[in-house]
Design a protein around this ligand. Structure first.
Ligand SMILES: O=C1O[C@H](COP(=O)(O)O)[C@@H](O)[C@H](O)[C@H]1O
Length: 239
């Protein structure tokens, strides 16, 4: 793996690979090692993943990892408020690509529940997540070129509350005008407390966005990803 040229904040580690597959294998190794360690210490472990296009090779690699998946809770960091089966559904993506092979027996906790809007479905989502033990064990974040991560979008009116470190809520409904679909997201305090956090990126554009994020670490509301550029974060990138 090559070293990046970006100067990351102290304590942030990076793993740069030649191809998305190479990086997916390295990240799947780290994630499965961490989950196995947690399963040796606790009755259950949690794995929070992101949607979008980047995680596909990771999902395939992870689904082949042998471990006691029946004791692993898998959920998304965020979801588009669309029915399962819709091409924009991250739930469908996870079910088709991650919850397969060895991982078929994992317990999936769904952020998409009945309701016309995420606001209407919010209480049902909270009920679904009642059995999730916090802090999250493993969190894999993605990032958009507007600096959003999960569904913490810079233009969402709900962002200040979703990012507020003292917000006791586990999930928030988000309505970013820039996006075609309404969203639901785990809140910043829940995401930020994860025991292991990876930021999984693909493409030169994402590297440029990351450079912008690193250059002004304090302006978190402009680029919410900045809130996660802290010691312990592991960045996995490939062209
Ligand atoms: O909208 C979203 O986008 C980001 C990044 O997606 P990608 O297609 O560029 O990989 C993703 O992390 C987030 O979960 C998703 O809702």
């Amino acid at each position: 793996m090559k070293m990046p040229e970006i100067e990351f904040p102290e304590g942030v580690q990076s793993c740069f690979g030649e191809t998305p597959e190479e990086v997916a294998v390295a990240l799947a190794d780290s994630v499965s090692r961490f989950l196995a360690q947690r399963l040796a210490e606790a009755p259950r472990a949690s794995l929070v993943v992101s949607g979008g296009s980047t995680p596909l090779p990771l999902f395939r690699a992870l689904s082949e990892k042998p471990m006691d998946w029946s004791r692993v809770d898998v959920l998304l960091a965020d979801e588009r408020w669309v029915p399962e089966g819709d091409p924009a559904s991250n739930t469908t993506l996870v079910k088709e690509h991650l919850l397969q092979n060895q991982a078929a027996g994992a317990r999936f906790l769904s952020l998409k529940q009945p309701g016309e809007t995420p606001e209407e479905g919010l209480e049902a989502v909270k009920r679904e997540l009642r059995e999730l033990a916090l802090p999250i064990d493993v969190l894999i974040l993605g990032m958009g070129n507007d600096g959003h991560t999960a569904s913490l979008f810079p233009d969402a009116p709900e962002l200040p509350r979703a990012m507020d470190a003292s917000n006791p809520e586990i999930v928030a409904a988000m309505t970013p005008p820039s996006q075609a679909q309404r969203r639901i997201t785990l809140t910043y305090p829940v995401l930020a407390e994860a025991r292991f956090t990876a930021l999984h990126l693909k493409g030169a554009d994402k590297l440029e966005t990351l450079e912008r994020a690193v250059s002004k670490p304090d302006e978190v509301m402009v680029m919410p990803i900045r809130g996660f550029l802290k010691p312990g974060l592991q960045i996995f990138w490939s062209p």
